[in-house]
Design a protein around this ligand. Structure first.
Ligand code: VG1
Ligand code: CO
Length: 544
């Protein structure tokens, strides 16, 4: 086996964002681009030499090619064993599960998550640490620094490795184990949920469900677990075949992109329960019949009902949510007398809290929910949690959520995304808010008075590290909030996100339309940020 030490020059744009390095496929396919980044990971993680690496992706265009390149580099960098998902497929939570279960030195996950795939679309890569979670900022910073000074990478001359047949292959001194992509993950789900009870729910014949895999990675997972193991009728999983371009769709489980599913649920005799997941299987959308559960509410409901589910029946230790996520979960934590944490956007900030046993459930408003069973958000886990709950409580999704609002009050919540905005225009809007931060306190806007305005900074309670510049917040006296931030996952232009929240205690007013309930605050946001003026857009691209 011949190992080449290839001379290269650094790319200055290899800085991981909210979740790994995401670029157009064309960028990744430039000579040396992927190789430089992967070598940077090997260079800053010396434990990989002689260690075990997990490798897999969401099956998007360039997945297989990238896996072969990484395998050649892994041999050349002295990795002892690589665990690869069959066909190169691993959902993000399944990769996290494998990294933890087989006490490995980490994993490389190939995905651009909810971004479209195909030759002209997006690709991505991220490194996860041995706890199974996305590398924390300290590590992504090291990787980026290394990528900026790289001069050589190591790669072996070996033929392509068969990724489609499970089993062990030896490549020089390295072992490649191709594993069934679903087995270990399915076992983990069995250890947390009451499969018999969920099976009975489907057998009963009165309950029906639809799961939209959006032609992305969760197809095989959902089919195995929902249809084969739980006995849901064939066809429960729609768009279950992973495709390299996700059927030209946008594998983002929200009301806009999961339209087929939404249409199916918004009929009078539609299924009782609907769910969808994203490109890499870490997001989830939960629907009842003609009812949408906001991800923020979902986190709060799961926390309040955790005692119904075997894996959490002993109680949960704490809840963590990202800053823009609504404060619905805070009320549950308060009532349960457990800790509640507010972290910056991105799953990597939950890792320490989960490792330290201070948080059991975590969630983000962006359709991300999970627990301490892995160190990633987990789409199918959230769906199974809901299913388990529906089986135990025997009520509809809508009734469970309405009951929750009656007990805790409702946090009306919406996110407005302005996608593909000119970077300078997006920054101008952000700057307009930033400039007012010091003067907003005490200012009145209609019925709302500003209690605090700041640029969110987070001090990790476990390691004391500080993350600054994590979003501009305007908090009002009665718990209402506006948050402005720029996305860190896009690959073209800027995406400006506006998050709007207001608390309503009165059950008589819980059935208002969300956009109407929040209209005054949405107007205040425009007054403060001038997003429409700066961007020339008269409406957001996506409202959730
Ligand atoms: C978005 C979401 C964030 C999520 C991230 C990764 O980031 O807002 O909550 O953690 O995507 O999710 P941003 O920086 O674009 O707002 V995924 O499913 O793309 O791994
Ligand atoms: Co994702």
């Amino acid at each position: 086996m011949k190992i080449h030490r290839v001379q290269t020059t650094p790319f200055s744009d290899q800085k991981p964002g909210t979740s790994g390095l995401r670029k157009k496929v064309k960028v990744f396919r430039q000579p040396h681009y992927l190789e430089n980044f992967v070598q940077a990971v090997f260079d800053v993680r010396p434990s990989l030499k002689g260690g075990v690496l997990v490798l897999g992706g969401d099956g998007r265009y360039f997945n297989r090619e990238a896996i072969q390149i990484i395998l050649r580099m892994a041999v050349a960098n002295g990795v002892a064993r690589v665990i690869v998902g069959q066909g190169g497929i691993l959902s993000t939570p399944a990769a996290s599960c494998l990294i933890r279960k087989y006490t490995t030195q980490g994993g490389l996950i190939l995905s651009a998550s909810h971004n479209p795939g195909g030759p002209d679309e997006d690709f991505g890569i991220k490194f996860n640490t041995p706890n199974g979670g996305p590398a924390p900022e300290k590590v992504t910073g090291e990787i980026h620094e290394r990528a900026c000074e790289i001069t050589h990478y190591r790669i072996a001359d070996i033929p392509d490795i068969d990724l489609d047949t499970p089993g062990r292959t030896t490549v020089g001194p390295m072992v490649v184990s191709v594993v069934d992509s679903v087995n270990d993950y399915a076992e983990l789900m069995q250890s947390r949920f009451d499969f018999d009870r969920m099976k009975a729910l489907f057998q009963d014949g009165r309950f029906s469900m639809r799961f939209d895999a959006m032609h992305a990675v969760t197809g095989p997972y959902a089919r195995r677990i929902l249809e084969d193991m739980l006995g849901a009728p064939a066809g429960t999983v729609m768009n279950g075949q992973p495709l390299e371009d996700f059927g030209k769709g946008h594998p983002d489980p929200n009301l806009v992109h999961a339209k087929d599913l939404v249409d199916a649920l918004y009929t009078d005799d539609g299924p009782d329960f609907g769910a969808a997941s994203d490109g890499d299987g870490d997001r989830n959308m939960i629907l009842g019949r003609q009812f949408f559960v906001t991800p923020s509410d979902s986190l709060a409901v799961l926390a309040a009902n955790a005692h119904h589910v075997p894996g959490y029946a002993k109680g949960i230790r704490g809840i963590a949510r990202s800053m823009p996520t609504s404060q619905a979960a805070d009320r549950v934590a308060e009532k349960m007398g457990i800790e509640c944490f507010e972290t910056p956007t991105g799953w990597k900030y939950f890792g320490n809290l989960l490792d330290a046993g201070r948080a059991t459930l975590c969630g983000e408003e962006s359709f991300g929910t999970s627990s301490d069973h892995v160190r990633e958000k987990d789409g199918l886990w959230a769906v199974l949690f809901w299913l388990n709950l529906l089986a135990v409580r025997g009520e509809s999704v809508a009734d469970i959520v309405r009951d929750h609002w009656r007990q805790f009050g409702r946090n009306f919540y919406t996110r407005h995304d302005y996608e593909g905005v000119d970077v300078a225009q997006a920054e101008a809007a952000m700057n307009q808010v930033r400039e007012q931060l010091d003067s907003l306190k005490g200012r009145r806007f209609g019925n709302f008075t500003v209690a605090l305005a700041d640029d969110f900074a987070y001090t990790d309670p476990v390691d004391g590290l500080v993350a600054e510049g994590q979003g501009l917040r305007v908090l009002f006296n009665d718990g209402a909030r506006l948050v402005f931030r720029l996305s860190g996952t896009g690959t073209a232009g800027a995406t400006l996100r506006l998050y709007v929240e207001r608390y309503e205690a009165d059950p008589e007013r819980h059935d208002q339309d969300t956009q109407e309930a929040l209209a005054p605050l949405i107007d205040i946001a425009e007054e403060i940020a001038g997003i429409r003026t700066h961007t020339g857009r008269d409406a957001p691209t996506v409202i959730t």
